[in-house]
Design a protein around this ligand. Sequence first.
Ligand SMILES: [Zn+2]
Length: 439
Amino acid sequence: MAKRNPYPDAKKLLDFIDQSPSPWHATANMADQLRAAGYQLLDESTAWSLEPGSGYFVIRDESSLIAFQTGTAPPSASGFSLLGAHTDSPGLRVKPNPTTESKKLIRIGVEVYGGPILATFADRDLGLAGRLVYRDQDQLATRLVRFPTPIMRIPSLAIHMDRQVNEQGLKLDKQTQIPPLLGAASDELPAQQQFRQLLADQAQLDPDQIVSWELNLFDAQPGSFYGPAGEFIANGQLDNLASCHAAMTALLAQSGPGEQTRVCGFFDHEEVGSTSSKGAAGSFLADTLQRICATLESDPSAAKQALARSFLISADMAHAWNPAFASSYDDAHAVQVNGGPVIKINANQRYSTEALSEAIFADLCATAKVPVQRYVHRTDLPCGSTIGPITAAALGVRSIDVGNPMWSMHSARESAGAADHGMMIKVMNQFLSQKLPAV
Ligand SMILES: [Zn+2]
């Protein structure tokens, strides 16, 4: 008999990531889950009619999604339980005129999206996925595309030509050395047309129909469990599809509506600063919350009252202690893989956590019977940030930044603890299922 996987939540996460090689795919997959659970898709360009105690979702430009379940009480009386995460991951994006050809080899020009560890993209089986805009008669339409097998590679230079690589690290020039190898140039078609034909065949379109694209390279190796007891996981995009998956799982696990309105927001463009129409610094969440209140309530100040009662858990990954680099951590605030969810604290508000939100989240963990850890970055190193401070500032809600511990953040192949994912789902579940804290 096959041994039962002790980490079923982590297994579902790895499957979700394998099916979501781009923010567009992640959003489409979450939309499918919501539809299957009876959530109704709303269109931002039409009027909404909402019922108390019902599930809805909105998508902005195919890669940001907000799902919500209206409460049995009006938002102004019971507030919003907000969970936030981001759908994008750092990596490489294909340029509009991408092909260069030399000595019969085609390479693909890419931009660096966000802050990936570039060397980790070398010598990996790279897949290509994203969205195409194409002309359908007189209209523009979009279609997701994904190549089922690896089609590109960034071959590193042999050590025989780079004797210092182990002392100096693998350094790749973004313009001249990162462009991946696609394959051999054909005698019949120019390289640019060859690439378009490849895209068209995969998307079942005519090459002339393709107008534009956003295409993402990804590590085609599926996620895996490793360690003697399979206690660790590895995959691309754990940052931050793990938090998206945890929040979605918690939302869909709710047995019925609560008094308060439950909201999960998943935003693109976090890795490039969140400033876009669909990023966390844009108006998407504020617009949606405002419309929920305007639809359900008559008092024009209902949304402001609701926000004053609300609480946001912004979930993004945290840096787990790595014994090979112990000096990179504040020893008193080093967090352990498989040690449970992490509260991220930064006095300079790179994280939105303050003392009360910290205490509230620690209580949630205690009620959910999961351990909690606290992370503070080394004081002599600049700290990263996430959507928490941006969203909290825009909405004026009490907020906390949390996340699960992981290694190798922004590597093509990241790694984390298999037990932590289930614990994060439990605490998010607890948060969504109970009334908002009255502070
Ligand atoms: Zn992140």
